[in-house]
Structures are given as C-alpha cells and as structure tokens.
Design a protein around this ligand. Structure first.
Ligand code: HMG
Length: 383
C-alpha cells in the first residue's frame, strides 16, 4: 500500500516587509539580505492572527466534507504554542468541523515537529488505510527588532492531508534520523524570543545534513543520481544551498547544476515569506512542485532539520497526475495580494502583542482571526 501526501497548501498572513526597506532601516547593505541571506520579503502577522488562524486558513483550502468525515487524527507541529497544556489541534478540529471520533494533539521539536507529525500520520495510515490524517505545521518565527535573526523571521502554516494511495507524493520507506543534544537555538519557557547561536546553528545544520545523507547513502545504496530534486528545511534560502554545496563538492559539475537548479525552484516561495519553522520544509516542497521541472515517478529527497537538534532525510515518489492537485494559482494570488508594511508599521505591529489577561473584542477582516479574548480564551471568527 502507498501512503503519503494527498493534498497540500500553505497560508501566510496578509502583510510583509520588503528586505531592502529593512536593510536600509538597519543600516545594512541590502545585498546582505537579498544575496547573503537570500531573502526578499518577510511575512508578518497582526496580534489577532496566531498559529490556529494560520492552520485553519491553510487547512480549509484542502478539505472537503468527505475528508472531514474520514479524518480521525489532527496533528499540529509547532514551536509557537498558544497554551502550555491544551493542544491547538483541538481548537483546529472544532473550527474545521472534523468528525468527533478523532485524536488531536500537538508535537514539538523545533522545526523538526512537522516531520515528526508527518511520520506519525504515515504510521497511522499504514495500520488504518481507510482513515485520513490532517497534519499542519504552523509557526511564527520572531527573533526581536534589530536582532541578528531579524532578517530570518516569517509566519504561516502548511497543511497536508495524509492518506493511502495519495495523489501527490507517496513516501518511500527509507528514512534516516539523527538526534544530537546541542544548544544552537532554543526558547526557555517564559521567553518570547529564542536564544540563538547563529553560527553554531549554521554549522550544525550543514553537518547534520552531511551525516544523515552519508548514512542514507550507505544504508540504501543511493546517490545524488537517484534523485530528481532535493528539498530542504529553509530557515533562510542561503542555508539549504550551503549544505547542498558542501555535499555536492566532489560530484560532477552537470550533477551539481541539475540539483542546484531544482533547489532554486524549491526556494521561490520562501524567498518571499521567510522562515515558517515547522512548515519551512513543506513550503519548499510546494514551491518545488509548483515551480520546478518534475514529472510523475520522479524521486524527491527531503531534509528536515530542527534545532536542538533532530534531523531526518527521507524521500518520496511523485504520483501520476500530481500536477492537477496543486493550488499554484491560489498560492501565488495569496502572495501578490499581501500588503507591504513600512518599517514603522512593522515595528508597531511587532511590539503590539496580544494580552490574554484582558477581556476584549477585536476587529480583523481575516477569516479565522481572533475575535474575542474572554477569561484568557481566544475565540476565533469562524467560517
Ligand atoms: P549575521 O551575522 O547577520 O550574518 O547572521 P553573516 O555575517 O554571517 O552574513 C550572512 C551572509 O551574508 C554571509 O554569507 C556574508 O558573507 C553575506 P556566507 O558567508 O554565509 O555565505 N554578506 C553579504 N553578501 C552580499 N553582499 C553583502 C553582504 N554582507 C554580508 N553586502 C544568521 C546570519 C543566519 C546567522 C542570523 O540571521 C541568525 O542567527 N538567524 C537565525 C538562526 C538561523 O536561521 N540559523 C539557521 C540554521 S538553524 C535552523 O535552521 C533551525 C531554525 O529554523 C529553528 C528551529 O529549528 O526551530 C532556525
């Protein structure tokens, strides 16, 4: 039986900062952001928009009433939780009207959590082929105004429907995971922003890719030649490229060019959005499928990385007719319809945080946004 991604879509908040504007405001050469980091725009959200808002908006694009009857598990991968106890997946389950006899929970391990959720979903479907699992990776990447990580911020979610006989990507049974206890990026309880050792995180990412890739090649007797494309967790678009260049060093130049060309297709959306944390790898996958030159039967390698650290390399096979399941027009429209913020407006939005200790009504035209805070509970504007 084949198991994998049957449907996939992303949602980003309707505001962005242009990276030239940010560079000039921070008195940095804009080429550092556009070329050195590889980012052109950065998604920003209002305080009335959170991971539930993003998750519900991403999932509503892909679910039919029939899917909602068949889904018996909802998993949210996130490191931007809105509650220390209750899972956002429970709220999401209600907002989307999914049938009641389902499991709903959150998974955490930095940016790796989306992959943990996906792998869990695959195991579930292998045992229960008649069911479907909704996996959502939803996050807000915030490092602080004028911080080193500021140009690598972002916000949004990717929703995936996992099923038997999927229509987009069937996952191959061939993953290699790696766990290492390293403090490259972490967020202690009570801290609004992560602690980050930027250079250590870059080095650990590159080495983690090399380690899982070497072990994968050894175990499964594979090489770059077996893949039509590789897609990466993308904290900023230069990062995956650095890891790829290091691994491609001894490959023939035509092989390097082929793989790097597909990498460029996988970063089209991330360049305009920034880091989605748990969703970044899957935003890269959507970008690759919607902007790359691939065909049914092609093999795609996926590298997942979460600081702390857990990394995993796994692969999938593109399904016949996958192109007609993609939502390219909707995704591109979403990006072009966003509002460009001035740096003043961005800073104001950044500092305007939600206080759940104050009961209040809010106005936000976005569907699935926070409408009311009552006794610390977030009530969402619903469809
Ligand atoms: P920085 O110190 O601002 O930048 O930190 P830099 O000095 O290292 O420069 C960055 C690049 O720009 C360099 O290129 C410069 O040469 C180049 P490189 O040597 O790396 O190829 N540059 C220029 N290029 C063209 N024209 C110019 C120019 N000036 C400089 N004028 C850093 C950058 C990414 C470290 C920082 O933004 C940061 O700390 N970000 C957050 C951490 C991060 O994203 N780490 C990535 C790996 S960890 C990860 O992926 C996990 C994560 O997603 C979290 C999770 O798992 O939950 C973050």
């Amino acid at each position: 039986m084949n198991v994998g991604i049957d449907k996939i879509s992303f949602f980003v908040p309707p505001y962005y900062v242009d990276m030239t504007d940010l560079a000039l405001a921070r008195e940095v050469d804009p080429n550092k952001f556009h070329i050195g980091i590889g980012q052109d725009k950065m998604a920003v959200n209002k305080k009335t928009q959170d991971i539930v808002t993003f998750a519900a908006n991403a999932a509503k694009n892909i679910l039919t009433d029939e899917d909602k009857k068949q889904i018996d598990m909802v998993i949210v991968g996130t490191e931007s939780s809105i509650d220390e106890s209750k899972a956002s997946a429970v709220v999401l389950h209600r907002l989307l009207n999914i049938q009641p006899f389902a499991r709903a929970f959150e998974i955490k391990e930095a940016c790796y959590a989306g992959t943990a959720a996906l792998q869990y979903a695959v195991s579930h479907i292998q045992n229960h082929p008649e069911s479907k699992v909704l996996v959502v990776a939803s996050d807000i990447a915030k490092y602080g105004l004028a911080s080193g990580g500021e140009p690598t911020q972002g916000a949004g979610a990717v929703a995936m429907l996992v099923s038997a006989e999927p229509r987009i990507l069937q996952l191959n049974d061939d993953s290699v995971a790696l766990t290492q206890d390293i403090y490259d990026f972490w967020r202690p309880v009570g801290h609004d922003y992560p602690m980050v050792d930027g250079q250590l995180s870059n080095e650990t990412y590159i080495q983690a890719f090399q380690k899982v890739w070497d072990e994968y090649r050894r175990r499964y007797k594979k090489s770059f030649a077996d893949f039509h494309a590789l897609t990466f967790h993308i904290p900023y678009t230069k990062m995956g490229k650095k890891a790829l260049l290091a691994a491609l060093e001894n490959e023939p130049s035509e092989e390097q060019e082929r793989i790097l060309e597909q990498y460029e297709a996988s970063i089209v959306y991330s360049r305009q959005i920034g880091n989605l944390y748990t969703g970044s790898l899957y935003l890269g996958l959507i970008s690759l499928l919607e902007n790359g030159q691939l065909n049914a039967g092609d093999q795609v390698g996926l590298f997942s990385y979460g600081s702390g650290t857990v990394a995993e390399f796994f692969s999938g096979t593109l399904v016949d007719g996958y192109q007609k399941e993609l939502l390219k027009d909707r995704h591109q429209k979403q990006l072009t319809e966003r509002k460009r913020l001035s740096i003043n407006d961005y800073e104001e939005m950044f500092n305007d945080s939600l206080d759940v200790n104050v009961d209040k009504e809010y106005k936000d035209s976005l569907l699935y946004s926070i409408a009311t805070i009552s006794n610390t509970v977030r009530m969402y504007k619903e469809a």
